[in-house]
Write a protein that binds this ligand. Sequence first.
Ligand code: GDP
Ligand code: IMO
Ligand code: MG
Length: 423
Amino acid sequence: MAVDLLLGLQWGDEGKGKIVDVLTKDYNIIARFQGGPNAGHTLEFDGIKHVLRTIPSGIFHEDSMNVIGNGVVIDPVVFVKELEGLDPYNIDYKSKLIISRKAHVILPTHRLLDAASEASKGKAKIGSTLKGIGPTYMDKTGRNGIRIGDLELVDFKQKYRALADKHVALIDFYDVDIQYNLNEMEAEFFEAIERLKELKFIDSEEYFHQAMKSGKTILAEGAQGSLLDIDFGTYPFVTSSNTTAAGACTGLGVAPSKIKEVYGIFKAYTTRVGSGPFPTELFDEVGVKMAKVGHEFGAVTGRPRRCGWLDLVALKYTCEINGVTQLMMMKGDVLSGFKELKICTAYNYKGKVITHLPYNIEEENVTPIYSTFKCWKEDLTKMTDASQLPDELNEYINFLEKELEIPIKIVSVGPDRKQTIPR
Ligand code: GDP
Ligand code: IMO
Ligand code: MG
């Protein structure tokens, strides 16, 4: 069998966790392929809300296997807290959660380095979640990293010490005021590693190969969003991994020819948390209303998310890069009752009208050009069937489908698993 992929098409927090949870019933295996605890994937069902960070969003389904792929970076301390969060739900994670030996480990000093790097940047800071993501991927590509498989080696502690000591010297080099107690952090880290070692570590590329051969269905769960991709995002205001479709191949060990459906998820408007350009950002009461109604606060850091209109120029770009085959539109319910809606259909770029995403989308280069749409008044949150969707919403959806030339197969009308309308 092939692998289907689910990806965020904007700047993250599109609602990936919710949809993976909804789709899990159709898959045997759910696999994360990049990112780490910078992700916060929210699932809601039976009146309970869960936020997952590194654990795949299929974990609540009895029959699903959940794999953390080689492309992911794992912080044992955060991970163990996440496992403890599952304790009340009697989830047998020792048998249904497995980890690639090739996934890299976030050390306490990676988190400190993240903080030091951000502090040294001042106003130019990325707005990182400070989970150590950038420094860990730097060590991976710099060929200095520690991998999950290393935890099983006899000389692991020496390896750890050498790398941590190097990090301490680097933190000093930044010459910023970062207070920390490394002894305490290390005690917590080593304790967490012992818990982590209770889980099964695997050679995940072989696992996927055999799973496909035996007809198992696999859903790869992306983290972050395509506009945060290290290559194709709004660099340098991005994360440090490939969040786009290609990242699933390198982050799981699955060949491009094995990828079938690519599900692209987007919000009916746009949000961004952290720094960086955002052409359709709203600074007026309309943006405030979106943030308020949509509860737009980061699931990891609690920071307010910046809000703005849907950017079709950026969305077209991310659909193309990922080869999206089906779209899912989230949070349409949030827009109910707005005076009017806007979609950015082109940019005025240095005096010229363009419809592709240019190299530089900072405010001084780009002014969005909008089309205006009528807004629906109905409360969507109780709707369960596509036939109930209001005409104005159908017009909005039809416009997007025509422009993007990709069908919108799911309309999500609330955070709960049940508030999901197939089309
Ligand atoms: P992810 O990182 O892509 O998994 O998304 P997050 O969980 O960070 O953020 C999405 C937020 O929107 C969460 O609080 C979800 O519970 C919520 N959510 C998801 N889909 C919908 C929807 O259709 N309508 C509303 N109102 N909220 C939604
Ligand atoms: P999910 O999976 C939204 C943003 C941060 C920051 C930039 C770099 O929940 O959609 P990093 O910690 O990676 O160094 O931060 O990327 N960012 C996210 N924004 N959702 C996420 O994940 C994010 N993960 C990172 O806010 O701007
Ligand atoms: Mg999130």
